[in-house]
Design a binder for this molecule. Structure first.
Ligand code: G3H
Ligand code: ZN
Length: 286
């Protein structure tokens, strides 16, 4: 049902483009993202964090919702379903449930433990043809000026040696909103890592990085760009504008109907994603 993305991301790294990894938060997000992918005929990675899955009622619900929407919407492009920033238990659970890709994020553990756990996840996932992403270094937290922790070339080699399919590396990137004093991506470190390993590299915290930096990173080996906050902001802005405009409309307009209320935000996500697809250079499927 879901593509594991291995061919897609290998092609992306080889040809210097990226495929977006878009986080879902609910049904509207799911439909907005699938729609943008289908309308542009581009492959898509739909991902869910542990927190978002909990919010929606669990990993199984998320799997079924995405699969059902693919059917309902006649989605014809490859869809990769990925667990985003999973701990060990979540990764094993999603492997069991048939996600086609899991990120095991052990970056908070001492690197030896991260390595050992990643190895176990790789073994379990690969038995079922499921793809694995690992994280080394540290992606900074929301508004963090110290930009996390740079991934080392040594760790990149070691984790690639485990057979992980994709590697998320801290290269000065930050989740959420970038603070005013942000120093930008560390291209020297990215170059060194890209030189050392040939697997597709992942850029987390893709929202709010200037376009030139995103595109330069892609030209150097980033093949997957994770985007979450950008869509949340687009949804918020469009929803706020709708509510403010609807305040003056009479009750016959039924602007309070959630099917109307949530529509502008949902459309804003689709539009924002189409813009991102252009940024990333994601090509249409043949
Ligand atoms: O794993 C998810 C991403 O790294 C999203 O980061 O919210 O800064 O776009 P973002
Ligand atoms: Zn992330």
């Amino acid at each position: 049902y879901f593509d594991n993305g291995n061919k897609i991301f290998a092609d992306a790294r080889a040809k210097h483009y990226a495929v977006g990894a878009y986080n879902i938060n609910n049904l509207e997000w799911t439909r907005a993202i699938l729609r943008a992918a289908n309308e542009t005929k581009t492959p898509v990675l739909v991902q869910v964090s542990m927190g978002a899955a909990k919010y929606m009622g669990g990993f199984k619900f998320v799997r079924d919702m995405v699969a059902d929407q693919m059917d309902a919407m006649n989605i014809t492009v490859p869809v990769i379903l990925n667990l985003d920033h999973g701990d060990y238990d979540a990764a094993m659970k999603c492997i069991e449930l048939g996600y086609s890709s899991v990120m095991y994020d052990g970056h908070k553990l001492p690197v030896k433990e991260n390595y050992a756990r990643t190895k176990e996840v790789v073994r379990a996932a690969h038995q079922r043809g499921i793809s694995v992403e690992a994280e080394i270094g540290k992606v900074g937290e929301n508004q963090d000026t110290n930009s996390g922790e740079l991934a080392s070339v040594e760790d990149a080699r070691a984790f690639a040696g485990l057979g992980v399919d994709k590697l998320a590396c801290g290269i000065g990137n930050i989740h959420g909103i970038y603070p005013a004093g942000w120093r930008g991506l560390d291209f020297n470190r990215l170059a060194a890592i890209a030189d050392a390993v040939d697997i597709p590299l992942v850029l987390h915290g893709g929202s709010g990085i200037p376009k030139e930096q995103v595109q330069k990173a892609i030209s150097m080996g980033i093949a997957k760009v994770n985007i979450n906050t950008e869509f949340q902001l687009a949804f918020q802005d469009a929803t706020r504008a709708y509510i403010e405009a609807a305040r003056d409309l009479d009750k016959d307009h039924k602007g309070y109907d959630p099917r109307k209320l949530l529509l502008p935000g949902t459309e804003a996500i689709t539009n924002k994603m189409k813009e991102m697809i252009e940024w990333l250079g994601t090509p249409a499927v043949a």
